[in-house]
Unconditional design. Structure first.
Length: 277
């Protein structure tokens, strides 16, 4: 065999080997991408239904909530799915709300925040993780004294505004609603950054997105009354009081019924009609 032929054969062999490497490399890359695209989610329809049932009945069926938390905690133990971790934070928020002991309640909200932080670490733009961390901080602020409360407020505001930008409809416009409540209840400048105008803007948007949401209507009525818009306030308060409340929601919604009752009492001396209270 001539030297020239040997060189040609060697070049062909090298090209063949290189082409095999390219095929293998591409197969690995596409295989990895394909595996990611079909990686199973923990939030199947069946699992989401189980979570929603526990959340819906949390105030009247604590054993179901605890059972669901234990089940989903085990299921998501090694998960890298931020949305699933955020759902666990949501469940932890619900159990914390039921705790009557102040010190223990703060600890439970701290745990809720820690789990939400895991979701955010996996995905900094996880709206669910950001939302549940923010509202848990809000609940902690209520129990932590004025100094600690003020320290938490700006981070809460930042997270809630990010949720609005990412998914303003999440949790029935929960971020808009929480911002509206926070801006309304905080003192204004120079003490803090409260603003009834900002409160009205967020609650108006929440109402536009979910016009039948009782919590939004109660908060909106209160701000409108404080701004002297009594007729509008009364209309929203009347809606809250006329809305039938399910047994599962009665405990949670009692606070918002009280807000509406207060607005009605201040705007009229007429008889007050409650949905099913």
């Amino acid at each position: 065999m001539s030297t020239l032929m040997k060189l040609n054969i060697q070049q062909l062999e090298r090209k063949f080997i290189q082409s095999r490497y390219w095929v293998i490399a591409i197969a690995c890359l596409t295989g990895s991408a394909f595996a990611q695209s079909i990686s199973p989610t923990l939030l199947t329809e069946e699992n989401k239904q189980k979570i929603e049932l526990a959340v819906w009945r949390y105030a009247i069926d604590t054993p179901l909530l605890v059972e669901t938390i234990d089940w989903f905690r085990d299921l998501s133990r090694n998960s890298q799915e931020s949305a699933a971790i955020a759902e666990l934070s949501r469940l932890k928020f619900m159990i914390a709300q039921l705790e009557m002991d102040k010190e223990r309640r703060v600890q439970l909200f701290e745990r809720c925040i820690a789990i939400a932080d895991q979701a955010i670490a996996l995905n900094p733009n996880d709206a669910k993780g950001l939302f549940w961390k923010a509202v848990a901080m809000g609940k902690m602020a209520e129990d932590s004294g004025i100094v600690n409360a003020f320290r938490m407020l700006r981070p809460m505001e930042k997270m809630l505004l990010k949720v609005v930008a990412l998914d303003e409809k999440y949790e029935n416009a929960g971020a808009h609603r929480a911002l509206g409540r926070m801006y309304h209840k905080l003192p204004g400048f120079p003490i803090s950054f409260g603003s009834n105008q900002k409160a009205l803007a967020h609650l108006k948007r929440a109402h536009e997105l979910f016009p039948r949401d009782v919590i939004t209507r109660a908060f909106y009525a209160e701000v409108l009354y404080d701004e002297g818009r009594k007729a509008e306030a009364r209309r929203h308060a009347d809606f809250v009081l006329a809305t039938p409340i399910d047994e599962e929601d009665a405990l949670e919604f009692a606070e918002y019924v009280d807000i509406a009752l207060d607005v009605v009492k201040k705007t009229s001396s007429s008889d007050i009609k409650l949905g099913n209270y």
